[in-house]
Design a protein around this ligand. Structure first.
Ligand SMILES: Cc1ncc(COP(=O)(O)O)c(C=O)c1O
Length: 390
């Protein structure tokens, strides 16, 4: 494999002693060792509270992925023709809905997930919020809903992050998870698109998604339940894709697994994704992930990891992956805004458990470190993915 050489040695050293405003070296590829060093510098630093002093009263060292209500949310309404009013920030709280709202009766609802991360200098960075906006637009089209423009979406996310600035964790302690929602809020009785839509963004500080923290996940391959079906809406982030997995997820968790890996519903043979993240397998220097064909969510993290892996010199394949291939894989990992890049330690299918390489010298850790380094502003963002707000 041709791996890009990288000038990271000195960079790692400079990161360890970096002042908050240090300009970091170029991102042009990483070695595993360098990446694992970067992992260390991604841990909470001595400068954790630099540049920002008015934090909410939160135990930042023990953040999980639970809802912690924050101060403000953004809300606006739009017509079915797509004319959305200028949105407003209001105190976070309950909203009023007609009992006959399209979302309550016919499931016209979409959600997104993106996050604001505090840099060492105290400022906030968003990661590719335009990609979430575009995905919401595509989802709205599929669900016959109108949606805000990409600009309005991104502006709403920025406003919500800034208004809740004191809830954005100190550098290295987590992120402010931003949850944009689009719903058919207008009343409708006969099956049809709602006459009015509500776009809302709320926020919650979060740490690790899984209770395992950063420990490797143990996945269960589900044979009975499928997440979505060919021709369905699995490729968009509609709320209607999530309640159906709760049964399988609850069952797997009660048996001690971290999450479920779903198979395609047609052949019952190809791996698709996990309940809330995409899946990748590593075999030697090739990284593979299921191709998106309408049944798998096109994750923003998935897309980013594919680009990062290619830039690092790995061969990346998007293709159908038969479940049997899991037996030969060296590594498996999941990707998502909430889960980041999560190592998988084992997968169990039909009573057979396969274990995978994990740890600091893994490909997964190398990709994790690079992504997190970019998201936190510790590695120069040559892709133009991060958006600074102040
Ligand atoms: C089913 C599913 N797949 C994949 C993902 C990962 O998507 P992203 O990387 O955009 O967060 C998510 C999370 O939003 C998800 O819910």
């Amino acid at each position: 494999m041709i791996r890009r050489s990288f000038c990271l040695g000195n960079l790692i050293q400079s990161l360890r002693v970096a002042s908050p405003l240090s300009k970091l070296g170029a991102y042009c590829g990483l070695t595993s060792q360098a990446a694992s060093s970067l992992q260390q510098v991604c841990e909470p630093s001595a400068h954790s509270n630099a540049g920002y002093e008015e934090y909410a009263d939160v135990d930042w060292d023990n953040l999980g992925f639970g809802l912690m209500p924050t101060d403000y949310m953004y809300i606006t309404k739009g017509t079915k023709d797509g004319l959305f009013e200028e949105g407003q920030l209001s105190r976070y709280g309950n909203i009023e809905l007609s009992p006959s709202a399209g979302v309550l009766n016919y499931g016209q609802g979409l959600f997104e997930g993106t996050k604001a991360i505090r840099k060492e200098d105290g400022r906030l960075l968003l990661f590719r919020p335009d990609q979430n906006a575009i995905r919401m637009k595509i989802g709205a089209e599929r669900m016959c809903m109108s949606s805000p423009s990409v600009d309005q979406f991104v502006d709403a996310v920025k406003q919500t992050a800034l208004a809740n600035n004191r809830w954005v964790p100190p550098p290295g302690k987590g992120s402010l998870y931003l949850r944009p929602l689009l719903m058919g809020s207008g009343p409708i009785l006969g099956l049809a698109p709602a006459p009015e839509y509500t776009f809302l963004v709320y926020a919650s500080p979060v740490g690790n998604y899984f209770k395992e923290g950063v420990a490797p996940l143990n996945l269960y391959v589900e044979d009975e339940f499928h997440r979505t079906s060919r021709g369905g809406a699995g490729g968009v982030k509609t709320i209607t894709n999530y309640a159906p997995v709760l049964k399988a997820l609850g069952r797997a968790k009660s048996r001690g697994f971290s999450d479920v890996l779903y198979l395609d519903s047609v052949n019952k043979k190809y791996i698709e994704e996990v309940s809330s993240c995409n899946i990748f397998i590593v075999k030697d220097d090739t990284i593979s992930t299921p191709a998106t064909n309408g049944t798998i969510l096109e994750g923003v993290t998935r897309k980013s990891i594919i680009e990062i892996a290619r830039a690092l010199g790995y061969q990346v394949e998007e293709r159908s992956i038969p479940v049997e291939e899991l037996i030969d894989a060296n590594e498996v990992f999941g990707t998502g805004t909430a889960v980041c890049v999560a190592q998988v330690g084992s997968i169990t299918h039909q009573g057979k458990r396969v274990e995978y390489k994990t740890g600091d010298r893994s490909v997964c850790r190398e990709l994790f470190s690079t992504l997190v380094g970019i998201q936190r502003g510790l590695i120069e963002d040559k892709m133009g993915w991060t958006v600074e707000i102040d």
